[in-house]
Design a protein around this ligand. Structure first.
Ligand code: CA
Length: 644
């Protein structure tokens, strides 16, 4: 092939789209290498004994097949050897790791031949996700944040590692009494753990200081676990086995596992994908410059068939090989909507409808240069996307606690005011988005905070009285926090919280902590104990939510369950909801929220009511207090009642 072909032309796709499994494959029967490189003139495989350093053992030319595929096969078992490629394109020869690598050496520059069966931990064949929960409550955590704090009780060698996710009975400073980490999550009642990027990323030196920190939104090897989370990043099989062990432990403890996947950009534009097929995998603007809708310097061209195929293959690989139960797509608004639907259909086809969760951010950091006519998976694109793909609802988030435009911007709970109709829109989860085509709460993730931007607690502090003190927890802010939580747990849609939101996690008012030190990012397990009453409030609401079909309903008709909306006083709203459903204990729900400084007396609709949660306790539903005719709503609080 001479000059660069038109990668967007139907003719290119027609001739070169390759449906074969790619990467290297190894078993005792032999080893095979397959690489898609349609523009290459020559491809040479280089083998090494080690994952970094050391001389090349052998060089072997790959042979060209149809559809741009290059291949080499041997009857030898090369499990444990490392490799890379030399690729000659347009007169230049570049070295590259395999974009489809299953594992790699230190820092990911060299790929590894791996017999995956040999990486399975004990009992892996029997590993299964826990049964589908009645509601989705996602807990977002970072592997290093989670167990870095010595108070976690995790042994030092495992802190910040996959291994820490396997410890079932850690306690605060090892006191044997107050659960931390996995034991804490079990008690909290969340149903899904969402792991911030655990594929191999580039911003942390895997051989360097263990206290380096980064969120990890800078992919290097999409199909390999990150080495800094493994006990030995130099031996490629260790990271694979240890991540599987973590998944197995989470499953065994009743938690499903969601991976945060960043298919919208790579760490550097000079990636393995670029070195393998220069120009193919990235979007460029009319001047030939890299598109930057990610704000990270490059955007993957998901609409090109082999790029979309790469993303689809990667998702299916994690689902199959690592038993991952869900995928959270970073900047989903940069990927194309048809690809998201194809992924949904492929997962449903293999595992059953809805068995694997899909969610994503329906936005990007800026405009992107997708091929003309591409429908992106952004808020607008949701109108034509599968109902089984959920998007983060920033409207509810901002309405409850205040927007991101400034630290001072307030929401309902911290005195920003809001009318009752808009609150009802929050309950419906999506209707605040007139610009979207969201059709059902199955398409919505309701949340108050995630790793991005201020934690809920920091936002409450920043909108409160000066001086801003993030460490202490005054009662008035705890009241606001509980009101926000009650609102979240009475919104339809999937539910999501940032780890530690339930114990007033602070990052000291820092908005973007992607590379802040661990002293800022780590989960503070002492604080979790100090704020145990707030934790219990969340715990109660999580338990209650699982009993409320009116809120769990994800169907397109769920919005019709809102029967009435009223504002009996300023900064006060009352919503009555149809809660009929199989096994429901209460046929109606009465939701009342007040940001008022005075108590409000509220008449109740006819019938025998029970108080299920109030501003102080999320657990009243365990022994409900009867109510009839009227209830008093204390200042800055919520009431949740059910009708028998
Ligand atoms: Ca890495």
């Amino acid at each position: 092939m001479g000059q660069t072909p038109d990668f967007d032309s139907p003719a290119f796709r027609e001739e070169y789209h390759c449906g074969q499994a790619l990467g290297s494959f190894c078993s005792p029967k032999g080893t095979e290498f397959r690489l898609w490189a349609p523009t290459a003139r020559a491809v040479t495989l280089r083998l090494y004994a080690q994952g970094d350093g050391g001389a090349c053992l052998r060089q072997i030319p790959l042979s060209r097949q149809a559809r741009g595929l290059w291949r080499y096969a041997t009857a030898e078992d090369w499990d444990g050897l490392y490799y890379d490629y030399l690729i000659a394109v347009d007169g230049a020869t570049r070295s590259t790791a395999d974009p489809y690598a299953r594992s790699c050496g230190l820092n990911g520059a060299r790929s590894m031949v791996l017999d995956l069966a040999r990486t399975d931990p004990e009992g892996w064949a029997e590993d299964k996700a826990p049964p589908p929960p009645p509601e989705t409550v996602i807990y977002e955590l970072h592997v290093k944040d989670f167990s870095w704090d010595p108070a976690s009780g995790v042994p030092e060698a495992y802190r910040g590692k996959f291994k820490a996710l396997c410890l079932e009975d850690t306690t605060l400073r090892g006191d044997g009494e107050h659960p931390t980490c996995l034991a804490y999550l079990r008690r909290l009642g969340v149903t899904h753990v969402q792991l911030m990027p655990v594929f191999d990323y580039g911003s942390v030196d895997e051989g360097g200081d263990p206290a380096q920190f980064n969120w990890g939104y800078d992919p290097v090897n999409y199909n390999v676990p990150e080495g800094s989370y493994a006990t030995d990043p130099r031996r490629g099989e260790v990271r694979v086995r240890e991540m599987k062990e973590a998944v197995r432990a989470l499953h065994k403890n009743g938690l499903r596992v969601i991976m945060d996947v960043v298919y919208n950009h790579t760490y550097r534009p000079d990636s393995w994908l670029e070195r393998t097929v220069p120009g193919y995998y990235y979007r460029h603007d009319a001047d030939g410059a890299l598109s930057d809708g990610s704000g990270c310097g490059n955007d993957l061209a998901s609409e090109r068939s082999m790029c979309g195929q790469y993303i689809l293959d990667s998702v299916l690989y994690w689902a199959e090989e690592y038993h991952i139960d869900g995928f959270r797509f970073d900047l989903m608004g940069l990927l194309d909507a048809p690809l998201m639907d194809r992924i949904r259909q492929a997962l449903d086809g293999r595992y059953g409808p809805g068995e694997k969760l899909m969610l994503g951010e329906p936005w990007s950091a800026g405009p992107t240069a997708a091929r003309a006519g591409t429908v992106l998976a952004d808020k607008e694109g949701l109108a034509q996307m599968d109902l089984g793909i959920a998007a983060f609802c920033d409207s509810t988030r901002d309405a409850v606690k205040g927007g991101l435009e400034s630290a001072e911007a307030k929401g309902f709970v911290n005195g920003g005011g809001l009318d009752a109709e808009r609150l009802a829109d929050c309950v419906r989860g999506w209707a605040l988005w007139p610009e979207t085509g969201v059709r059902a709460p199955s398409q919505t993730v309701s949340y108050l905070s995630c790793h991005d931007d201020w934690t809920l607690w920091d936002k409450l502090v920043l909108t409160g009285k000066e001086p801003h003190d993030f460490e202490t927890c005054p009662p008035e802010l705890l009241r606001q926090n509980r009101l926000a939580a009650a609102m979240l747990f009475t919104c339809q849609g999937h539910l999501f919280l940032l780890s530690g939101e339930e114990f007033a996690r602070t990052k000291r008012g820092i908005k973007n902590t992607y590379r802040s030190p661990l002293s800022v990012n780590r989960l503070d397990w002492s604080r979790a104990w100090e704020n145990r009453e707030l934790v219990d409030y969340y715990r109660g609401l999580i338990g209650l939510r699982k009993l409320l079909p009116g809120l769990r309903d994800k169907s397109p008709r769920a919005g019709e369950r809102v029967l009435s909306v009223a504002s009996p006083a300023e900064d006060c709203a009352v919503i009555v909801l149809d809660n009929a459903g199989e096994g429901s204990r209460w046929d109606r729900l009465f939701l009342a929220y007040s940001a008022q400084e005075d108590a409000v007396s509220l008449p109740l609709p006819a019938g025998q009511w029970e108080v299920l949660a109030d501003g102080a306790s999320g657990f009243l539903w365990q022994d409900p207090r009867p109510a009839a005719e009227a209830v008093t709503l204390p200042p800055v609080s919520a009431l949740i009642l059910g009708r028998r």
